[in-house]
Structures are given as structure tokens and as C-alpha cells.
Design a protein around this ligand. Structure first.
Ligand code: SF4
Length: 147
């Protein structure tokens, strides 16, 4: 059993979490790291608090108190226009402050977003392909299914 928390981007704070929860069930996107036969429980779900992300300082504590062993920064931080400028800082901060692993991503990158990003310079400048490596390895047919 693995317990996880998810922090989403404030730009999508009204999101109902459908893609994340579906991907968790299907073990796609960043959730491929969990074997299909391992139970994964979502013990916290919140957003960054809007730019520049003040809630990231506090919300992991509540998730950890509720048993979280891994924090996921949602795929929206990766694929927003532009990608979240704080994403590396969030990962470094949470890992250092709370001593818990942070995974970049949740659901697969919707293909339509990826195709747009590939035309844009900041996708290369931020080296997002390296940062969100597991998401980039996804089969494009799965990405299309998450459009
Ligand atoms: S871009 Fe980053 S800091 Fe701004 S709302 Fe989204 S996650 Fe929060």
C-alpha cells in the first residue's frame, strides 16, 4: 500500500481531478511507478495557492500527517502555458523540508498540449523533457486518449 498526495496548479484549481484519478486507476502517466497490484491511496489533494505557490510551504505537512509517503506535482504544472516557473523549486523545497520524495506529474500529458509545447521555445529552455522524463516516455496513443 502506498499513500500519496497531489498538489495541482492554481490555474486549474477548480479541476475535479478526473484525469488524475483515472490515471491512478489505470497506472499511466507518472503513476506507472506503482505496480498494478500495489494498492495506492490518495490521502491529500490540494492546489499550490496560486502564483507564486505559497501553499506549497504548508500543505505537504497535512498530507504527511494523513500518511502521505510521496507527493505528486500534477501534470498541469508541466503542461500549463508556460509551465510552472517554480516547479523545480517546489520539488527541491518539499524534499528538503519534509524529507519525502516528490514526483513530477500525475496523469499523462494530453497529446494536444505536448504538440503545442514542442513548437514553443520555453519547452526546450526549461528542459522539461528531462524534468518530467516519465511523462515523456508515455505512448502517444495514451496521451491522445487523455486529450
Ligand atoms: S504556475 Fe506554479 S505557482 Fe503559478 S499557480 Fe501554477 S503551480 Fe502555482
Amino acid at each position: 500500500m502506498k499513500k500519496i498526495g497531489i498538489i495541482i496548479c492554481g490555474r486549474y484549481k477548480t479541476c475535479g481531478g478526473g484525469k488524475c484519478l483515472r490515471a491512478l486507476r489505470e497506472r499511466v502517466g507518472a503513476f506507472t511507478i506503482y505496480p498494478k497490484d500495489e494498492q495506492v491511496e490518495l490521502v491529500g489533494y490540494s492546489y499550490c495557492g496560486d502564483c507564486p505557490g505559497g501553499n506549497v510551504e504548508y500543505v505537504p505537512e497535512e498530507m504527511i500527517k494523513n500518511g502521505a509517503e510521496v507527493i505528486h506535482l500534477a501534470t498541469g504544472l508541466v503542461v500549463g502555458y508556460p509551465p510552472c516557473p517554480q516547479i523545480r523549486h517546489f520539488k527541491e523545497f518539499i524534499e528538503a523540508r519534509y524529507d519525502i520524495p516528490v514526483v513530477i506529474g500525475t496523469h499523462p500529458i494530453p497529446l494536444k498540449y505536448l504538440e503545442n509545447h514542442e513548437k514553443l521555445p520555453f519547452w526546450k529552455q526549461t528542459n522539461m523533457v528531462k524534468l518530467a522524463g516519465d511523462l515523456m516516455q508515455e505512448d502517444r496513443s495514451i496521451m491522445e486518449d487523455y486529450n
